[in-house]
Design a protein. Structure first.
Length: 263
């Protein structure tokens, strides 16, 4: 009888639990961002004795496959403005790698208070400005200004995701709505194009560092991909109003997590 040897002396029950977590994270992340709020703590809970950097690499391996799946699903449904997003995505690819490289040498603890303030602002703003992201509207910026702001968004978000990470999807969605006048559905779709590039860059850095576990990363990645597939269908079916509510819920969860870690 063929014996399956699992990494880190895991049990089949642990593997199944991690796959369920990966599916849930892929589903949530493909709709409103914040999948890392589910997946990374889950990995840490199931594998408490594994080095943190290894768990981060496994998490990035899984989420990378999920965001790539969501990106292609949204593109297939015609919801991604490829002409608008490819430059932002490309610059985010490089700055994310730079951020990950910098994180190895510079402590990122100083960013924790900043992300708490930013998330609190996003939540309050979204709650009180009820029409924000509900409908498409003409951007307040000219085409040239949109192009410049889009590049700056890709540059900043890419570096931030590689250097620190929490809230990347949330900040990206809000930035896209603000710059281009998109609704939550189209912003979520466009965000996946940029987020996929930052995940690819960060995962590549982990591979170059020789950390992670390919078997577990790919196994969880398959379930993350399945969750992303279901999530995109749900987002398209339910529309911007549903995404807005989920966005607020995930942002609140992420804010609470950051406050707990800070204090």
């Amino acid at each position: 009888m063929l014996e399956i040897v699992l990494p880190f002396s895991m049990s089949i029950r642990q593997l199944i639990g991690l796959c369920v977590i990966a599916f849930s994270a892929g589903l949530i992340d493909s709709i409103a961002g914040g999948g890392g709020l589910i997946q990374l703590p889950g990995i840490m809970a199931f594998l408490p004795n594994v080095p943190t950097v290894t768990l981060l690499a496994i998490n990035k391996n899984s989420s990378m496959l999920g965001t790539i799946t969501a990106m292609f699903e949204y593109q297939r449904k015609g919801l991604v403005n490829v002409k608008r997003m490819w430059k932002s995505a490309l610059i985010a690819l490089f700055t994310s790698a730079l951020g990950a490289y910098t994180a190895k040498r510079v402590p990122n603890e100083l960013l924790k208070p900043l992300i708490v303030v930013l998330l609190a602002f996003l939540i309050i703003f979204t709650l009180f400005k009820k029409d924000f992201g509900q409908e498409e509207h003409v951007s307040r910026f000219s085409d040239r200004q949109q192009a410049v702001l889009g590049l700056l968004l890709g540059l900043g978000i890419g570096f931030y995701d590689g250097f620190f990470g929490p809230g990347t999807g949330n900040l990206l969605i809000m930035g896209l709505i603000f710059i281009y006048g998109e609704n939550f559905l189209h912003a979520s779709a466009d965000a996946k194009t940029v987020n996929a590039m930052t995940n690819i860059a960060a995962f590549t850095m982990y591979v170059m560092m020789g950390v992670g576990n390919l078997f577990l990363g790919l196994t969880m990645g398959l379930f993350n991909m399945a969750g992303a597939h279901v999530g995109v269908k749900l987002a398209v079916l339910k529309g911007s109003r549903f995404i807005r509510v989920l966005f607020i819920v995930m942002s609140c969860g992420l804010l609470l997590k950051q406050i707990i870690e800070l204090f």
